[in-house]
Structures are given as structure tokens and as C-alpha cells.
Design a protein around this ligand. Structure first.
Ligand code: NAD
Ligand code: AKB
Length: 321
């Protein structure tokens, strides 16, 4: 079977996507790649692993040719807060990286997965039940690269017949790998701090409402979308998906129900707050339900229970080493 290539495989998503793909398609059929050096004992992305900088087209061509790649999950990118701190680098990695992936896909006939984001929307987008097709005028460089990336995927699908598929992912909550510089990272940090210290200082205000999803649902959604019947997909740029629309105060309350005494205070970071305030409060993901059967399993309570249990064992295992 044709091989699957994952770029940015050592990040928050790749750390869980690579093992899930290997479980379904066989370990040797999934090539994990990243700019970073594979850390010793990095089991999640263990061999086959290769260094690959997505801004270097020849590295992508060489990997696709060498491993006979049929599908590319292109995860390499700078996230919203990191991108805002380095807009020129964000443009280079997020845009040149995707362009290089699409060009190599055009040359070798690969299927491509592109993760867009709620960041592809902006302050003039309807903020509640944000429609699948609506105004997209983001005010962050991250959002600009996500909208342009969506349009580029659409273009390659319609102009060159490339099988591009994408999701507008919300903030992802997970326990395997740390998040990589996003605005929604507070949600993951809150869980770690609850288990470790029983308190947390949040960089977004208590009532900032954003969409979130537990990582197992996000991994399931990516793999289901990629396996869906091509003819049923109306959108080739990216599908809205979400599992919950929550505030820091609501996540804190859900954690406090299981970690008695957990307390959160708020020291708002104006840069990340401004980014969050420009994003939707909730997405309408009915197109994803209708076209390829998207159905997340975890709501806030179910996610909180699983996340706390997994984190407790992870941190206990780390302490006993
Ligand atoms: P992350 O920051 O955790 O990981 C990104 C990885 O890309 C890192 O391991 C980094 O080393 C690598 N990378 C950076 N520059 C590179 C380059 N030039 N070449 C190759 N690799 C490079 O990000 P993530 O959370 O895993 O997100 C993956 C994708 O999903 C991104 O496109 C992101 O915008 C999107 N997304 C993530 C979330 C989320 O909440 N995690 C939400 C919406 C969309
Ligand atoms: C971020 O906060 O940048 C990401 C995202 C929602 O795209 N988690």
C-alpha cells in the first residue's frame, strides 16, 4: 500500500496521529518527519522517522519519491501566538510549507490533509454558530495563512484534481505532547496545573468562549475525513468541526468537580486575548456531520474525567522514573 508521510510529526497532534495511523496502516507504512531531532525514547514518532524541513521543496520531493508516498498529513506550522511573535517566519513555514506540499502532491498524485483552524475566521465573521461558508477576514498572521491555505487547497483540488481535504480545528486538549504556542494552550495547561499544583493562572479572561475538542476526537475526525468517499465531500478547503464551546471558567469548574479545591486566577495577556476575541465562540459543524459522518464522542465532562485520569498516571510514571 502507498506510504503515509506526516510533516510536523513531533508536535501536539503528530504525537497522537502517528501512532493512530501506524495502528491502522502498519508501522512501516507511516513516515514521521519534523524539523526537530527525534528525542531519545520518542516512542510516539519512532522509526521510520526522518528530518524534513517543509520549506525546502527538494526535501519533500526526496521523501515522497524515496518512500513512495501516497498521502501527506501536513501538520508543520507555527500556531497563533508563536506566529504573531514571528510573522515573517510564520508566513514562510505556513505558506511556503503548504505550497511545497501541494506541488509535490501534484507531481506524485498524493492525497493531502491540511489542518485549518478556528483562526481562519476574524472579527467580522458571525461569532455564534459560525457557518461553514461565511466571512473570513482574520486579523492575525496565523489566520491569514490558514485562509490562504484553505484557498490554495481548493485551487489545487479544482485546477489539478489533487485530493485535498481539511478541517477547521478548534483548540485541542491532550495529555501526550505539550501544545506548541497557541492561544487555546491555556486549556491544556489548566489540566496539568490542576494535577500538579491545584491552582492555575489563566492568560485568557474567565468568560472567553471558544470551541474545543479532545484529541482522540480530532484524530478520529482526521482519519475519517481522509477515508471518506470522495464524491460525498462538498468542501475541499476545510470543514468546520467542534465538540464543545467552553470558557476558562467552565473548564475550571469541570476540573474542580473532580479536583476539590482547584482554584484559577486570571492575568490576561493582551496579545492572546485579542486573538481569542477575534475568533468564533462556536462553530456550526453540520456540513461535516452530513458529508462524512463526523461525530465527536467527548463532551466537557467526559473529556475532563479521561484527561485527569491519563495525566495522573502520566505524571506518576514520570515521578517514579
Ligand atoms: P505543534 O506546534 O505542536 O507542532 C508543529 C510541529 O511542526 C513542531 O513539531 C515543529 O517542530 C514542526 N515544524 C515547525 N516548522 C517546521 C518546518 N519548517 N518543517 C517541518 N516541521 C516544522 O502544532 P500542532 O498543535 O501539532 O498543530 C499541527 C497543525 O494543526 C498546525 O497546522 C496547526 O495550525 C493545526 N491546528 C492545531 C490546533 C491545536 O489546537 N493543536 C488547532 C487548530 C489547528
Ligand atoms: C491556536 O490556539 O493557535 C490553535 C488553534 C485553535 O489553531 N490551538
Amino acid at each position: 500500500m502507498p506510504t503515509i508521510l506526516v510533516t510536523g510529526a513531533l508536535g501536539q497532534i503528530g504525537a497522537e496521529l502517528v501512532p493512530a495511523l501506524r495502528a491502522r496502516h502498519g508501522a512501516d507504512n507511516v513516515i514521521a518527519t519534523d524539523l526537530k531531532v527525534l528525542p531519545p525514547g520518542g516512542a510516539a514518532a519512532a522509526a521510520p522517522y526522518g528530518h524534513l524541513d517543509c520549506t525546502e521543496p527538494h526535501q519533500l520531493h526526496e521523501a515522497v519519491r524515496r518512500y513512495d508516498v501516497g498521502t501527506i498529513y501536513h501538520l508543520a506550522a507555527l500556531l497563533s501566538a508563536s506566529a504573531e511573535a514571528a510573522p515573517q517566519l510564520a508566513w514562510s513555514v505556513n505558506m511556503s510549507g503548504l505550497y511545497n506540499v501541494l506541488e509535490v502532491a501534484r507531481g506524485y498524485g498524493c492525497q493531502v490533509f491540511f489542518p485549518s483552524s478556528i483562526g481562519a475566521f476574524g472579527p467580522t465573521t458571525p461569532r455564534d454558530a459560525t457557518p461553514q461558508v461565511t466571512v473570513q477576514r482574520p486579523t492575525t498572521i496565523y489566520g491569514v495563512t490558514k485562509v490562504a491555505g484553505e484557498l490554495l487547497c481548493d485551487y489545487y483540488a479544482h485546477r489539478f484534481g489533487i485530493d485535498t481535504r481539511g478541517l477547521r480545528l478548534p483548540g485541542l486538549i491532550s495529555y501526550v505532547a505539550a501544545p506548541g504556542g497557541g492561544t487555546t494552550d491555556y486549556a491544556v495547561e489548566m489540566f496539568y496545573h490542576a494535577v500538579r499544583y491545584g491552582r492555575y493562572t489563566c492568560f485568557l479572561s474567565a468568560e472567553t468562549r471558544l470551541d474545543m475538542m479532545y484529541m482522540p476526537d480530532a484524530i478520529g475526525a482526521m482519519m475519517d475525513l481522509m477515508a471518506a468517499d470522495s464524491g460525498s465531500l462538498r468542501y475541499r478547503n476545510a470543514y468546520n468541526v467542534t465538540a464543545m464551546s467552553v470558557t476558562p471558567a467552565e473548564i475550571a469548574a469541570a476540573i474542580a468537580r473532580q479536583v476539590p479545591g482547584f482554584a484559577v486566577d486570571y492575568e490576561v495577556d493582551p496579545v492572546r486575548q485579542a486573538i481569542a476575541d477575534s475568533w468564533p465562540r462556536s462553530l456550526d459543524d453540520s456540513a461535516a456531520h452530513a458529508d462524512w459522518g463526523f461525530a465527536p464522542r467527548y463532551d466537557l465532562e467526559a473529556m475532563t474525567t479521561d484527561m485527569l485520569a491519563r495525566l495522573r498516571s502520566k505524571l506518576a510514571a514520570a515521578r517514579s522514573r
